[in-house]
Design a protein around this ligand. Structure first.
Ligand SMILES: [Zn+2]
Length: 517
């Protein structure tokens, strides 16, 4: 009798085990099927990048993107809301048009920098001037009155518009080496001269404005055909534009030849005062452990030289799509799934730092966070971020992922805690298990990161599909795990760069009032 009971019990356990295994496999298969056969990524990318446009903090386009995200979640039956965490300088980009008007007429490839003041209704037409070679800051101060009523060119002229890989492919070894040597010498001379002015490339715009310049032109090329970085203006009154390497070089050579070229800048941006700034937070409530959380994380804001497709449109649509898939195939998660679309990552992880500061209970209940923010590529690296037992649980969750979605992933355990770079760091600093799903580059640094070329066409949808499925499976596994994840920190060892003992990064407060003095 006893024996029979025992064997029945054993059979029962085996059955339960099988059911669980089947369920896991079935759900993973359902995630894969939904993510592959009913992918919404192209449509989401179209709506976010093409239709809504860039998402610079403080712009009406940032707000409309937040509203779009909330409505998109609602259309999938997922609750979402915009949570205000601060205010920012309100600004809106307008028409930018820059033309050379003398010695001949040509339309230039140029755009206003973020937060650049307007050029007024009539625009600014003026002669260009380049920075002189000077002996010291006194000499620079003496030269400064020359810029009154002029447009100052503040970037070095590049000796070549061809990226290095293009030289490598076609140049003779000798001429490639010569070009690099000459360019290095130019860059060194430029840096030393800039130092002698008493300013840096960051602070010089303000000094030129105060000295009476009409406008500033820069060209921040980054070793990729046609790719310029488009950051912020750094002035209060005068417009700042970025001009393509090709046009900037032409104008620079004309100035050097004494041709006195003139350009006309039309730049109709609007200053909108102080505006609220948000995170969009979506929630799929947990059924068994509602106070424990698995967070899908991707910053929502972008720079505005293009449409922020790979920084961080791809991370954003990965998390949206993963949430959509999960709601469909796993609508009643054990733990709460929270999707965080952070504002103002680009100015210092501000949205996520604010969330961590404002939601200690959620941070305390964090089972795991998955962040994606370095381009469109397949996930190829995951670090344990210095959590001693990350290997156990991340390893367990990854086991459930079919090979096709993980066979290129290199893991590092326990790894070292990220001190910055993207929003997972805001949570790691608070001691919460947050991880970065790190992507293949696809020439991210040269071509799309903060550039004028970060657009829809650079998205590699098959890779993003891979990542959305991977994220959904990891989220499902983290939700179902019978154990709460350990937060025990590894001994961090010596930093080989500094020779000092590594320390866990400390939690930092966000800037809750940005761009407003
Ligand atoms: Zn980013």
């Amino acid at each position: 009798m006893k024996k029979q009971l025992l064997s029945t019990l054993l059979l029962f356990i085996v059955l339960i085990g099988n059911t669980w295994a089947q369920t896991t496999e079935e759900i993973v298969a359902a995630i894969e099927k939904e993510g592959t056969e009913n992918s919404q990524l192209e449509e989401l990318a179209y709506q976010l990048m093409d239709l809504n446009g860039p998402r610079l903090v403080g712009t009406p386009e940032m707000k409309s993107a937040h509203d779009w995200a909330v409505n998109t979640y609602k259309s999938w039956g997922i609750n979402a809301e915009n949570q205000q965490w601060g205010t920012w300088k309100g600004w809106q980009r307008g028409i930018t048009h820059v033309d050379m008007v003398s010695p001949r007429v040509a339309s230039l490839h140029a755009t206003q920098l973020a937060w650049s003041p307007s050029a007024g209704k009539k625009g600014v037409t003026a002669e260009l001037i380049i920075l002189p070679t000077i002996t010291d800051s006194l000499a620079f101060a003496q030269w400064l009155p020359n810029i009154k009523g002029k447009i100052v060119m503040v970037s070095m002229m590049q000796p070549t518009g061809r990226p290095d890989d293009n030289w490598e492919e076609f140049a003779t070894e000798k001429s490639f080496a010569k070009m690099k040597e000459e360019r290095e010498a130019m860059e060194k001379a430029w840096r030393e001269n800039m130092e002698k002015t008493g300013y840096s490339s960051r602070t010089i715009n303000k000094a030129l404005e105060q000295a009476g310049a009409d406008a500033i032109a820069q060209s921040r090329w980054f070793n990729g055909f046609g790719a310029n970085k488009i950051f912020s203006a750094g002035t209060d009154e005068i417009p700042v534009v970025d001009i393509s390497l090709e046009d900037y070089g032409m104008l620079y050579r004309m100035v050097e030849h004494g041709q006195k070229p003139q350009i006309k800048i039309m730049a109709e941006s609007k200053d909108l005062g102080e505006v609220p700034t948000f995170n969009t937070i979506a929630t799929i409530p947990g059924t068994e452990l509602p106070n424990e959380y698995v967070i899908l994380s991707a910053h929502f804001d972008s720079w505005d030289g293009a449409t922020g497709a790979t920084d961080n449109g791809t991370g954003t649509i990965t998390m949206l799509e993963a949430a959509r898939i999960l709601k469909k195939v796993y609508p009643n998660p054990k733990r709460t799934i929270l999707i965080g679309h952070w504002g103002s990552e680009e100015q210092g992880l501000n949205g996520s730092r604010a969330f961590v500061e404002d939601n200690p209970k959620i941070v305390e209940g964090l089972q795991a966070l998955f962040n994606q923010d370095n381009g469109t590529g397949r996930v190829v690296r995951i670090s344990g971020q210095g959590f001693l037992h990350a290997y156990d649980y991340l390893g367990r969750w990854l086991e459930a992922v079919p090979d096709a979605y993980k066979n290129e992933i290199e893991t590092t355990f326990p790894g070292t805690p990220g001190g910055g770079g993207s929003d997972y760091a805001s949570f790691v600093a608070a001691g919460a298990p947050a991880f970065s799903l790190s992507s293949l580059s696809w020439a991210y640094w040269n071509y799309t990161w903060h550039t004028n070329l970060d657009t829809y066409d650079k998205i590699v949808f098959d890779d993003v599909r891979n990542n959305a499925i991977l994220t959904a499976i990891l989220t499902y596994m983290a939700c179902e795990d019978p154990e709460k994840t350990s937060r025990e920190k590894a001994v961090l060892g010596i930093n080989p760069r500094t020779g000092e003992q590594r320390e866990w990064p400390s939690q930092r407060s966000p800037n809750r009032k940005g761009g407003l003095d």
